[in-house]
Design a protein around this ligand. Structure first.
Ligand code: ADP
Ligand code: MG
Ligand code: MG
Ligand code: MG
Length: 398
């Protein structure tokens, strides 16, 4: 193929067949588009024995809006390359890319059909003890091994350039840091919380802190981020979890990935009273706070070990500096988690955790709490020195 063309199911099937030995010689294949995401086509290609692969193709526009919102198909290259890089440093918890076609902007990858999407599971009240330790391992390894602690100065700059991703970064810059703090037409605000949302637009102290977080997002290329690490980008089963959907990847602040996931755990925490009966809600909330704690503890422990063992640059091989570095990552992560709480409540892209609460009064209560806690996290991120202080702050907000 010499030109980009949107795949039909048959074309996705032929693509998968051509680039994989997996299906065997004369296999009977079927293909079906089943993507539920916002941006891309996702096909499952399967033979008569149940062997299957996924074909994900970038459309030249955002799927959820249509052709009026053009979007670079280069995001497929970014996604394939980020996933391959992260797979190299954390093969157990990153989906495996089998082939990437730069003309079709299509990725052939492992089918995680035996797994479930984490957000759906959390909303159903499921608990997984392996979630936090495994995601901490993923974050520590993928972020450390793509950072200045390991890469030479020259190599790092080439990598930053290779993963610039300006169009997808602009979406995050707008949706996370700009829209929720002004009367923007892209916002999606329920009438019941409109007054609360409006207070954000005039909260100068908060807006100054969000400006600082945005400035860091724009200008702190610490490591190759996933860039969209919400609980819809994580597949989980009873033993393992794996990350997908890295098209927002770029070199940015390490706290952004950590904070995105932390923010999603907290969003689910906030939604619990609206999703479950009182006793179950309390149990689920205790589980989520414990996972939030473990996520940071395991992440910081692994990252610290990697810094002390693997740092290549002699100037950065300094334990006092490394402790300060990690403290800064912690406060960045708390701040980005706060931004995630706010933007998922009043911005364009909501989460099912809150939206699926059927009782309108309870839903509004949860949304108000998300705005309140989001603000506290952003404002207090510099004063919190450890994760148990975060837990106290969260419990105190009710
Ligand atoms: P988008 O970038 O459009 O959000 P995603 O990569 O998040 O696309 O995929 C959308 C959906 O397609 C996922 O929620 C999941 O249901 C399905 N999907 C994507 N990748 C895989 C995979 N490797 N295995 C199984 N299902 C997948
Ligand atoms: Mg997605
Ligand atoms: Mg995506
Ligand atoms: Mg050392």
């Amino acid at each position: 193929m010499s030109e980009y063309k949107t795949f039909s199911a048959d074309e996705a099937m032929a693509f998968a067949d051509k680039h994989s030995e997996l299906f065997g010689d004369h296999s009977k294949l079927t293909a079906k588009e089943f993507g539920d995401g916002n941006l891309n086509l996702v096909f499952r290609v399967e033979n008569d024995k149940g062997t299957s692969l996924i074909v994900k193709q970038a459309l030249p526009y955002a799927r959820c809006v249509g052709e009026s919102w053009p979007l670079t198909t280069d995001r497929a290259r970014i996604e394939a390359e980020v996933l391959k890089m992260h797979h190299r440093f954390c093969p157990g918890h990153t989906v495996e890319v089998r082939y990437f076609d730069p003309v079709a902007c299509a990725i052939l990858m492992e089918d995680l059909k035996a797994y479930r999407i984490l957000r759906t599971e959390l909303n159903a009240g499921k608990k997984f003890n392996h979630l936090a330790p495994q995601m901490a391992k993923y974050l520590a390894n993928t972020l450390f091994y793509t950072s200045d602690f390991v890469l030479s100065s020259e190599h790092k700059k080439a990598e930053v350039a290779r993963f610039l991703n300006p169009e997808l970064c602009l979406i995050t810059e707008d949706l996370f840091f700009t829209d929720p703090y002004c009367n923007h037409e892209r916002n999606n605000i329920e009438p019941a919380i409109l007054e609360k949302a409006k207070t954000l637009w005039h909260d100068e102290a908060l807006k100054a802190e969000v400006a600082a977080l945005k400035a860091d997002f724009l200008s702190k290329p610490q490591a190759l981020l996933h860039g969209d690490l919400h609980s819809g980008s994580i597949f989980i089963d009873e033993e393992n979890c794996k990350v997908i959907d890295a098209e927002f990847g770029f070199y940015g602040p390490i706290g952004f990935d950590v904070g995105s996931l932390l923010g999603n755990l907290l969003l689910n925490y906030i939604a619990c009273p609206g999703l479950h009966q009182a006793e179950d809600a309390a149990e689920q909330q205790a589980y989520l706070l414990q996972q939030a704690e473990q996520l940071w503890q395991h992440f910081s422990q692994t990252f610290t070990e990697l810094m002390s063992r693997e740092t290549q640059d002699p100037a950065l091989d300094n334990s006092l500096y490394q402790r300060r570095f990690l403290q800064q990552v912690f406060s960045d992560a708390i701040g980005y988690a706060g931004c995630e709480l706010i933007r998922r409540t009043v911005g364009l892209a909501h989460v099912a955790d809150l939206d699926s609460i059927s009782d309108a009064g309870k839903r509004a209560d949860c949304q108000r709490l998300a705005l309140k806690l989001g603000r506290e996290l952003i404002m207090q991120r510099g004063e919190l020195s450890n994760i148990s202080q975060l837990q106290t702050l969260v419990r105190y907000q009710h």
